[in-house]
Design a protein around this ligand. Structure first.
Ligand SMILES: C[S@@+](CC[C@H](N)C(=O)[O-])C[C@H]1O[C@@H](n2cnc3c(N)ncnc32)[C@H](O)[C@@H]1O
Length: 253
């Protein structure tokens, strides 16, 4: 019986090649093929994940995959084609790496790739290498703390709807909003209406060409590209050190 290979989702971080982990670099170097999404704006061009991994992978081991976000029929056809290309490698006993921006478990195409490849090659071994997310990068760049003490953090895609974002802003100390760049003015209105504008920062194309990071006051006003993250963290300037720790037995820092 022939050996079925491995599919490994490799998180390559938000864009800065220095935010690639040592483990990610090793997996990319050892894989038989490294699959990367090609850019959505000019089919056939190097996508952002490819730009990050290019220094570590010989071009002949890189394979570009086209994906579609709009029409459901086209999106399914692209997932099928990508899954078939990867399944061919693993059916031959090889290791296929799928490089994805940020972390493979956070809103990544990797989820759909795993689903498709498992249907075609059920014995495939699936692994993932965690990556640094855009929200962590934005927190680092703005000096914000994502969570202290008893703080809770919500990660909400703008595409889940305004009501979901509003509820998170009313409930959680820290709120991260993904996938809202193209409607950034409306998104920032919602943040303002929740009375949290002064706590917000916006990062666009973090670690990539054209990066913009802005904090209140003077947050970016116009629409932004898809790769845009909004971070809202509680104002902590006036609180004493450790004020967000609840002083009860069994609490953890
Ligand atoms: C499909 S999700 C991918 C998330 C990614 N897997 C992660 O772990 O960060 C795409 C969203 O992630 C955020 N994002 C990812 N990379 C980014 C970057 N370099 N700069 C700003 N936002 C980014 C944006 O909100 C974008 O709309």
């Amino acid at each position: 019986m022939s050996r079925v290979g491995v599919l490994v989702g490799v998180g390559v971080g938000p864009g800065d090649p220095e935010l690639l982990t040592l483990k990610a670099v090793r997996e990319l170097r050892e894989a038989d093929r490294v699959f990367v999404p090609e850019t959505a704006t000019s089919a056939g061009g190097a996508g952002r994940a490819e730009t990050v991994v290019a220094a570590h992978v010989a071009p002949e081991r890189l394979v570009r995959l086209g994906f579609a976000m709009g029409d459901a029929g086209e999106r399914d056809a692209r997932w099928d084609a990508a899954g078939a290309a990867i399944a061919e490698v693993v059916r031959g006993g090889g290791t296929a790496a799928f490089a994805t921006l940020g972390d493979p478990s956070v809103y990544s195409t990797f989820a759909y790739i795993v689903h498709t490849v498992r249907a075609l090659a059920p014995a495939v071994t699936v692994r993932a290498v965690p990556g640094i997310t855009a929200m962590q990068d934005l927190a680092a760049r703005t000096g914000a703390m994502l969570a202290e003490g008893t703080d809770s953090v919500a990660l909400v895609p703008w595409t889940a709807g305004e009501a979901r974002v509003r509820a998170a802003l009313d409930t959680f100390e820290t709120v991260v909003i993904y996938k809202g760049g193209r409607q950034l003015p409306r998104l920032l209105d919602v943040v303002r209406e929740a009375g949290r504008e002064q706590e917000a920062s916006v990062g666009t194309h973090l670690g990539l060409e054209g990066e913009v990071v802005s904090t209140a006051p003077g947050l970016a006003a116009g629409p932004a590209p898809y790769f845009c993250t909004v971070l809202v963290t509680p104002e902590r300037g006036g609180t004493a050190r450790g004020a967000r720790l609840r002083d009860t037995e069994g609490s953890r820092a």
